[in-house]
Design a protein around this ligand. Structure first.
Ligand code: FAD
Ligand code: NAG
Ligand code: NAG
Ligand code: NAG
Ligand code: NAG
Length: 501
C-alpha cells in the first residue's frame, strides 16, 4: 500500500463563444504569406477564420480553452501533403516568423498544446481511415481518426484494439502519450500495441519507427509524445480477438462514498488477479443535480456478467441509475464521454481527497456567482501488471517500471464557463490538489508519477518518467530532429527541451 499523488489537475472552460477576435485575424490572414505559400504549393484545404469549415474545426476541439485562432488551418489529405506542409513551414521565406501546431483528435484540454494563436495549425482530421489486414491482425490507423471509427471498422472482423474509453478521443495524442484502456492489464498501454509508426520529420522526410528500424525512436514515441519528434502519419496497431464486454456506468448519491472507498481500495489490491476487469470511480459535482454524485464505470472485457471481482461494488446500495449490460467495445465507449487520473492506496488518503474535493466545491459555489460548473475527481488503479505487459512488448518511456506497487491515479478537474473563471479555478484547484498531495506525503503515500494525457499545462509529466526515460526521449529528439523544429517552431505540447532533469 503506498503511492498516490494528485498526478493531475486540469481546468477547462466550456461553452465560450468563438466570436471575439475574428475580425482582427481575418486581416492578418489576408496578409498571411505563409498560409498563401501553403495554398500555392497545392494544399487544397487551407482554411481562414472567415471560412465556415474553419469555424467548424475550431468548434470541434473538445475543450473551449483549446479553441485558439491560428492564421490558417491546413488540412493535409495524405502523408505526402503532411511532408509538403512541413517543408514549406520550415523553409519557405514567408514562413520564417510563423510557428505551427499539430492537431489530431483535439482532446487536450488546455490552450496551446494542439493549436496556436496567429500561427498555422496542421489539422490531421481529414486523414481518418482505418484499414485492417486479417492475415496479420494489424490495423493501420490514420492519425486524425477517433477511437469510435477504429472500433467500428474492426468489430465486423471480430477484433478490436486497445484504445480510448470514450469513442470521440483522438488516436494520435492518445497513443503517443501512453493510452490507458479497458485492456491495459491484459495488453499493456495502448502504445505498447503499436508495431510501427510512420512519421514525417522536421525535414519533411518520411521514416518508419518499429522494433527493427529506428527502434530508439520507436520506444520514445511510446509515451514521449509525438510533439517531440515529428508528425505521425500512420499507426500500425496489433489488434486482437474480442467479443462483447459487460459494462456501463452506475451513479450513486455521495452518501455511499465510504463503501466506494473501501471497494476501490480492495479492487486495487486485487487488480493483478483480475486482469479482465476495469473499474473507474469518480466523484463529480454536476450543475443539473446541484450536488456531488459518485459515478462508476465497470467493465469485464471477457463479457462475464457481474463476476466475483465486482462483488464489493455490486453490494453498494442506492444506485440512482445504471446502464450495465453486455455490449460491444464501441457501444460502451460511445457512452463514456469523461476523462480521468490520480493515485494511492491508503483508505485515509481517499477519504481526505474526497473531503477536500467537497470543500473545494462548497467554496467555489460560495465564491462565484455562476453555479454552472462541473468537477471530476476520478480514481484509476495503475497495476504492476500493466507494466509487466508493457515490458513484455518491448517497453515504453512512461517510467512505471519504477513503481513496485499498484498505485492509484487521480484526475481532478473542473469545467467552467469563462476565461476569468478558468484562471481563478486553476489556482484554487491547484491549491486543493497540493493539499491532497501533502496529506498523502504525510502518510508516505505520495508518488511523483504524472500521466501526460491527463496533465495540465503547468505540470511536468516527462520529468516524472525518470532520468533514464528523459535521456531516451532527449536522445531520440536530438537524433531525429537535430534542428529542433518540434521544440521551438512547433511549440505546443510537453517538450523535452523544457525538462530540467
Ligand atoms: C473525454 C475524454 C476521454 C478520455 N479518455 C481517455 C482514456 O480512456 N485513456 C487515456 O489514456 N486518456 C484519455 N483521455 C486523454 C487523451 O488521451 C488525451 O487528451 C490525448 O492527447 C488525446 O489525443 P488527441 O489525438 O485528441 O490529441 P491532440 O489534443 O490532438 O494532441 C495532443 C498532443 O499530441 C500532439 N499531436 C497530435 N497529433 C499528432 C501527430 N499526428 N503526430 C505528432 N504529434 C501529434 C499535439 O501537438 C499535442 O501536443 C481522454 C480525454 C478526454 C477529453
Ligand atoms: C501586410 O503586409 C504589408 C507588407 O508586407 C505590411 O506593410 C503591413 O503592415 C501588413 N499588414 C498587416 C495587417 O499585417
Ligand atoms: C459546419 O457545421 C454545420 C453544423 O454542424 C453544418 O451544417 C455545416 O455543413 C458545416 N459546414 C461545413 C463547411 O462543413
Ligand atoms: C474523415 O475524412 C473525410 C475526408 O478524408 C471527411 O470528409 C470526413 O468528414 C472525416 N470524418 C470525420 C468523422 O471527421
Ligand atoms: C519497419 O520499418 C521498415 C522501414 O524502415 C519497414 O520496411 C518495415 O516493414 C517496418 N516493420 C514493420 C513491422 O512495420
Amino acid at each position: 500500500m503506498k503511492p498516490f499523488v494528485p498526478s493531475l489537475g486540469c481546468v477547462l472552460a466550456v461553452g465560450l463563444t468563438l466570436a471575439q477576435g475574428f475580425e482582427a485575424l481575418s486581416i492578418a490572414a489576408q496578409n498571411g504569406t505563409c498560409c498563401k505559400a501553403l495554398e500555392v504549393a497545392g494544399l487544397a484545404h487551407v482554411l481562414y477564420p472567415t471560412d465556415e469549415q474553419y469555424v467548424n474545426r475550431t468548434a470541434s476541439y473538445w475543450s473551449v480553452s483549446a479553441q485558439l485562432t491560428p492564421e490558417c488551418i491546413v488540412q493535409p489529405i495524405s502523408t505526402e501533403e503532411v511532408s509538403k506542409a512541413v517543408k514549406i513551414l520550415v523553409s519557405h521565406e514567408g514562413c520564417k516568423e510563423t510557428q505551427f501546431a499539430v492537431r489530431s483528435g483535439g482532446h487536450t484540454t488546455w490552450a496551446g498544446s494542439n493549436n496556436i494563436d496567429n500561427g498555422v495549425t496542421i489539422d490531421l482530421g481529414l486523414m481518418n481511415t482505418t484499414t485492417y489486414d486479417p492475415a496479420t491482425k494489424v490495423a493501420s490507423v490514420l492519425p486524425g481518426s477517433r477511437w469510435g471509427q477504429v472500433y467500428a471498422t474492426l468489430e465486423p472482423h471480430g477484433v478490436t484494439a486497445a484504445g480510448g474509453r470514450a469513442s470521440t478521443v483522438g488516436v494520435a495524442g492518445f497513443l503517443t502519450g501512453g493510452g490507458n484502456s479497458f485492456y491495459t492489464a491484459q495488453k499493456g498501454f495502448a502504445c505498447d500495441n503499436v508495431v510501427n509508426f510512420e512519421l514525417i520529420l522536421g525535414t519533411g522526410e518520411l521514416i518508419n519507427a518499429n522494433a527493427t528500424d529506428n527502434s530508439d525512436l520507436f520506444q520514445a514515441l511510446k509515451g514521449g509524445s509525438g510533439a517531440n519528434f515529428g508528425i505521425v502519419t500512420r499507426f500500425d496497431i496489433q489488434a486482437f480477438d474480442a467479443g462483447d464486454l459487460w459494462g456501463g456506468t452506475v451513479s450513486y448519491p455521495k452518501s455511499v462514498g465510504q463503501q466506494h472507498i473501501e471497494a476501490y481500495h480492495a479492487w486495487t489490491e486485487n487488480v493483478n488477479n483480475y486482469q479482465e476487469g476495469s473499474s473507474i470511480i469518480f466523484w463529480s459535482y454536476l450543475p443539473t443535480v446541484g450536488d456531488i454524485l459518485i459515478l462508476a464505470a465497470y467493465e469485464d472485457t471477457a463479457g462475464s456478467v457481474a463476476p466475483a471481482g465486482f462483488d464489493k461494488f455490486m453490494a453498494i446500495p442506492d444506485q440512482l441509475s445504471s446502464t450495465m449490460r453486455v455490449a460491444s467495445h464501441k457501444a460502451l465507449t460511445d457512452e463514456l464521454e469523461q476523462p480521468a487520473g490520480y493515485r494511492q492506496n491508503d483508505i485515509r488518503i481517499y477519504q481526505k481527497i474526497v473531503e477536500l474535493h467537497e470543500k473545494f466545491v462548497d467554496e467555489w459555489k460560495a465564491e462565484t456567482s455562476d453555479p454552472d460548473f462541473i468537477t471530476q475527481l476520478m480514481f484509476q488503479s495503475i497495476a504492476t501488471s500493466f507494466t509487466e505487459q508493457s515490458i513484455a512488448k518491448g517497453g515504453n518511456v512512461l517510467g512505471l517500471d519504477a513503481e513496485p506497487d499498484n498505485v492509484v491515479m487521480l484526475l481532478y478537474d473542473i469545467a467552467v464557463k469563462s476565461p476569468e473563471l478558468e484562471t481563478r479555478a486553476r489556482e484554487k484547484l491547484k491549491a486543493s490538489a497540493e493539499a491532497m498531495k501533502e496529506y498523502a506525503a504525510s502518510l508516505d503515500g505520495a508518488v511523483t508519477w504524472t500521466y501526460m494525457n491527463y496533465a495540465d499545462s503547468f505540470q511536468d509529466p516527462l520529468s516524472s518518467y525518470g532520468q533514464t526515460n528523459v535521456a531516451k526521449i532527449r536522445a531520440a529528439a536530438a537524433k531525429y530532429d537535430p534542428q529542433g523544429i518540434f521544440q521551438t517552431k512547433a511549440p505546443g505540447g510537453f517538450k523535452i527541451s523544457r525538462v530540467g532533469l
